[in-house]
Design a protein around this ligand. Sequence first.
Ligand code: FES
Ligand code: FES
Length: 171
Amino acid sequence: MISRTNQTEVSFTVNGELIAESAPVRMHAADFLRQKLGLTGTHIGCEQGVCGMCTITVDGQVVKSCLMLAVQLDGRNVCTVEALSEGNRLSLLQESFKRHHALQCGFCTPAFLCVAKSLESHGRVLSKEEIREEIAGVLCRCTGYEGIVNAIEEYLTAALDAGANQKEAEA
Ligand code: FES
Ligand code: FES
């Protein structure tokens, strides 16, 4: 049936919370997250899939949210940078970025944090070369990447160790 309005209903889980909202049919996902849901940690740079500033995860996959329409989020499980802190405390990953001076202006940081978090799914610590390959879709104008790569490497080591210790304790 042809819709007589340019609005549509969208319902999905974002950072563990189920939301239902109306969205203009042509609004891209990054604008929807920022403007409709107030999740402004997802930044927008180029709006054409080049800079990676808008990176989030959808059903565990890293995506550039300026290349998706809001309606495509319907029924999915979305994670943005806002999910990464632990209440008022920085997470292990954020602490690692801070310790390694992995940010200057910070505009790219939410995207790198989302990519870094997703790398845990490999179940092992990636080499520096592999980390560089994984983060290649996000551009940083300030840092020279060294601190970002070191922070991610340290985080993966700590997170995987913590997971292994927990499994041992449960056995
Ligand atoms: S804003 Fe999405 S890739 Fe640049
Ligand atoms: S810290 Fe400024 S763009 Fe990356």
